[in-house]
Design a protein around this ligand. Structure first.
Ligand SMILES: [Cu+2]
Length: 164
């Protein structure tokens, strides 16, 4: 991820500015004043750029994932299958399947965090343990169109199965 590193770089430069200012107090001459004003302006521009960059990085992490289109399960005549990685959430977290065809959702739990150790499909009366670093298939056949939420055992992590 180059972006957070860049932002940090800008912050470092900002702190350099503070140290520089306090360490060296040059004698105030007319020439020097103009120079340091220009210098200040440049530093302020860098600071503003840094703040904008931080806003952009945050925007990326909080909003860009929401635009994601639903992942389509690969469909055969008799099975629709997809792998979902479980790590602080579900990816993909929106899955599109067709009704009337058996679904196999392969949950690969890529962490040991307790939160994600159970997967729950309330609408299908499914509650299954997900051992860490293993793939656990969850199988059922959705008979009706609709949107079905799946969650972790505590209902904190959420995903959605869209049946069309
Ligand atoms: Cu949880």
């Amino acid at each position: 991820m180059p972006c957070p590193a860049l932002a940090q770089n800008v912050i470092l430069r900002e702190s350099e500015w503070t140290t520089e200012e306090s360490d060296s107090s040059p004698p105030a001459g007319a020439q020097n004043d103009t120079e340091s004003t220009e210098h200040m302006e440049a530093k302020i521009l860098v600071a503003i750029f840094g703040i904008l960059l931080i806003i952009l990085v945050n925007w990326y992490f909080f909003f860009s994932r929401r635009k994601a289109k639903p992942a389509v399960a690969s469909a055969r005549a008799d099975l629709q299958e997809i792998t979902i990685v479980v790590k602080g959430g579900y990816s993909p977290d929106v899955i599109l399947v067709k009704k009337g065809i058996p679904v196999r959702l392969n949950f690969y739990r890529d962490e040991t965090a307790d939160c994600s150790d159970t997967i729950v499909f309330g609408d299908f009366q499914i509650r299954k343990a997900l051992p860490a670093f293993q793939t656990t298939p969850v199988e059922f056949t959705p008979q009706e169109e609709g949107e079905y939420t799946f969650t972790c055992g505590m209902g904190m992590l959420k995903g959605k199965l869209i049946v069309r």
